[in-house]
Design a binder for this molecule. Sequence first.
Ligand code: UDP
Ligand code: MG
Length: 316
Amino acid sequence: MKLSVVVPCYDEEEVIGHFDEEIRVVLGQLAVEYELCYVDDGSTDGTLHRIRTLAQQHRPTTRYLSFSRNFGKEAAMLAGLKEASGDAVILMDADLQHPPQLIEKMLDLYQLGHDQVIAKRSRDGDKPLRSVCSRLYYRAVNKWVDVELTDGVGDFRLLSRTAVDALVSLPEYNRFSKGLFSWIGFDTVTFDYRNARREGGRTKWCFGALVNYGIDGMISFNSRPLRVAIYTGLSLAALAAAYALWIVGAAVAGGITAPGYVTLVAIIVGLGGLQMVMLGLIGEYIGRIYYETKRRPHFLVKETNGTAPTHTPTAR
Ligand code: UDP
Ligand code: MG
């Protein structure tokens, strides 16, 4: 069989060399044919230059693509999956946070017949605030979203040819991989590993990016947030009706006194805020429709060292 390893890289000049050494040692010990597929996601440092050199040094086993600009990790993974020709494909980060030593275990599980082998990381070494936020987020999101998202489960996984073909066939422009992996289903197995620190360089996830990613996760998969908006509106209307009844009762019993200025202001401002949030929510969905209708490609390739060699998939 043939194994493809897809590695999205964005400004990874510092670590890419070390990553390449480590992964080759591991892959060399496996009894399978392999290929490494680097996707340079429009890096602004010397990443592309390094990848080019690596591809020349290890000619038949290394391929690369380079994007015309930064299109994001989702696009880079998609490009890698399209390019990969193996019977199984492993997605890995370039910063050595995904230990190459786990590949052997993944392959063993693949040989047992699983289509998705997921490595689930612990939150060791994460900032405490980030892990608490993540936990709360996953608890909330699983109530809202149709597909199951699990804390610690990321993109580090092995996918069988069947699963890769399924993923690549999904045409949507807004790709939220965590959800897509879960949506395609197939026979899935998960194992745990201890999180490792980044080898060098820096993470591209600032707090704002994480919040945006979180919102994406909530609305990429269904229209349930809109349903929640309807229920919120109905509950508020019921509250308002009860309050009106109470006021009328009080007026009948005690005559009309007219305090309540603070209540009024609070209600108006509160409802105004809520309406803005709901409008924003609707806007998000419309925005997505807008992007989907443009049918733009997910990425543009400016450089590559050739297309996939033809490879006939073999049975496991
Ligand atoms: N990455 C990418 N495009 C981007 C951002 C990140 O291809 O726009 C790659 C990056 O080079 C790395 C992987 O995605 O190989 C994970 O990125 P990072 O380590 O910043 O994320 P974290 O591990 O902190 O979640
Ligand atoms: Mg990382």
